[in-house]
Design a protein around this ligand. Structure first.
Ligand code: KIV
Ligand code: ZN
Length: 397
């Protein structure tokens, strides 16, 4: 089989925003969306328009101002949600409604309190109601990995017959294990109607730390689309991390034989931006982008790396956008060097933030020979924090 292209569906702005304590305002969402375009994702799930006014406005703004990707909005299988999603997405260059309903018996009985047949009807009626209003319809069977397989295939086939072109298999509670999940993907693929025209997607949560490996197993076994978040942020223990899935595919190209449209050199700055705007620090041992990911401590390792980096590094930091620039910053450094330094450190600041950060840097540099990266980070983080609280303050006055 030749190399297949994986469709990267980023849900940082929707499931990622469900991380406890995270709330992206409209401006933050737009900044992240623009960066996701530079990163090269295929689909941006911008939010859940019916969930709140803020969500609606942010999705609408992204739909109206971001051209180069499909913009998706999440919607329950109810008319009022579909109408709201339509209002938010109607001016998008390419719109996708992401309809979902729970399908596992436990969710049907205790959460929705409806029967399988009622869920089936709500799903099919919603897909029919959404038809013609969006460029694409995606349907998710929430808690698919704990759903009876025959019922899952039945509901997928009925929504496909009604007009859905993308069907998503979420491991909503991170319960699946790789071998079992790949069999589920194979089963759905084997039994789905119109298989050549239907995209099979997977969406894995990380409750048992297996979101990335389950996603990769699914891709290996025929899934076409993978749903991910930057830095793996998301509900509870989070979602499959975009950078881990993509760098696994790249680093083990010999094994996966998969293609994608991600510009990996934008990974580091994207992670830094999401970390700053979400307030979630990157843990030092985070795969791919953590501060320790390319640090070597043991003498034997250092010796190996000095002779040949490949002894202990399976990826090149520059391929992820991590640059060791050797620019030493001091009182003679100008604005250009400062901006380059911040770019290399993964920061993307607004003009006002940059002006303020540069002024503060100059004040510090006046009294020092060299301002090191940690000191620059402290200056910039302080500027970002202040500008965030000023914006939040503006909302409440
Ligand atoms: O985890 C999940 O099931 C979801 C769906 C809405 C796709 O996020
Ligand atoms: Zn989810």
């Amino acid at each position: 089989m030749g190399d297949r292209k994986v469709i990267v569906f980023d849900t940082t702005l929707r499931d990622g925003e469900q991380t406890p304590g995270v709330n992206f305002d409209k401006d933050s969402k737009y900044r992240i969306a623009k960066q996701l375009v530079s990163l090269g994702v295929d689909v941006i799930e911008a939010g859940f328009p019916a969930a709140s006014n803020g969500n609606f406005e942010a999705v609408k703004h992204i739909a109206e101002n971001i051209d180069d990707v499909v913009v998706a909005g999440l919607s329950r299988c109810v008319k009022s949600d579909i109408d709201k999603t339509y209002e938010a997405l109607k001016n998008a260059k390419k719109s996708r409604i992401h309809l979902f309903i729970a399908t596992s018996d436990i969710h049907l009985k205790y959460k929705l309190k409806i029967s399988r047949d009622e869920a089936l009807k709500m799903a099919v009626d919603s897909v029919k109601y959404a038809s013609g209003k969006f460029d694409e319809i995606q349907f998710s069977a929430e808690d698919a990995s704990r759903t009876d397989w025959d019922f899952l295939v039945k509901i997928f086939n009925e929504v496909v017959d009604a007009g859905a072109k993308i069907i998503n298999i979420p491991d909503t509670v991170g319960y699946a294990v790789p071998k079992e999940f790949e069999k589920l993907v194979e089963y759905v693929k084997k039994h789905i109607h119109d298989k050549d025209n239907v995209t099979i997607s997977v969406h894995c949560h990380n409750d048992l730390g297996m979101a990335v490996v389950n996603s990769l197993s699914a891709l290996e076994n025929g899934a076409d689309q993978v749903e991910v978040t930057v830095c793996g942020i998301g509900e509870r223990a989070g979602n499959a991390s975009l950078e881990e899935v993509i760098m696994a595919i790249n680093t083990r190209k010999d094994y996966f034989n998969l293609l994608h449209s991600i510009n990996t050199r934008e990974i580091f700055s994207t992670c830094k931006l999401v970390s700053e705007l979400s307030g979630i620090d990157l843990q030092p041992n985070k795969a791919i982008v953590g501060a320790n990911a390319f640090r070597h401590t043991a003498g034997i390792h250092q010796h190996g790396v000095i002779n040949n980096k490949a002894t202990y590094e399976i990826m090149r930091p520059e391929d992820i956008g991590i640059t060791t620039d050797h620019i030493s910053m001091g009182k003679l450094s100008g604005r250009n060097a400062f901006e380059l330094k911040l770019k290399n450190m993964g920061y993307e600041l607004s003009r006002d933030e940059m002006n303020l950060a540069f002024k503060k840097f100059k004040d510090v540099a006046d009294n020092k020979k060299i301002v090191n990266d940690d000191e620059i980070k402290a200056i910039v983080d302080d500027v970002i924090l202040n500008s965030k609280s000023i914006k939040e303050g503006e909302i409440w006055v």
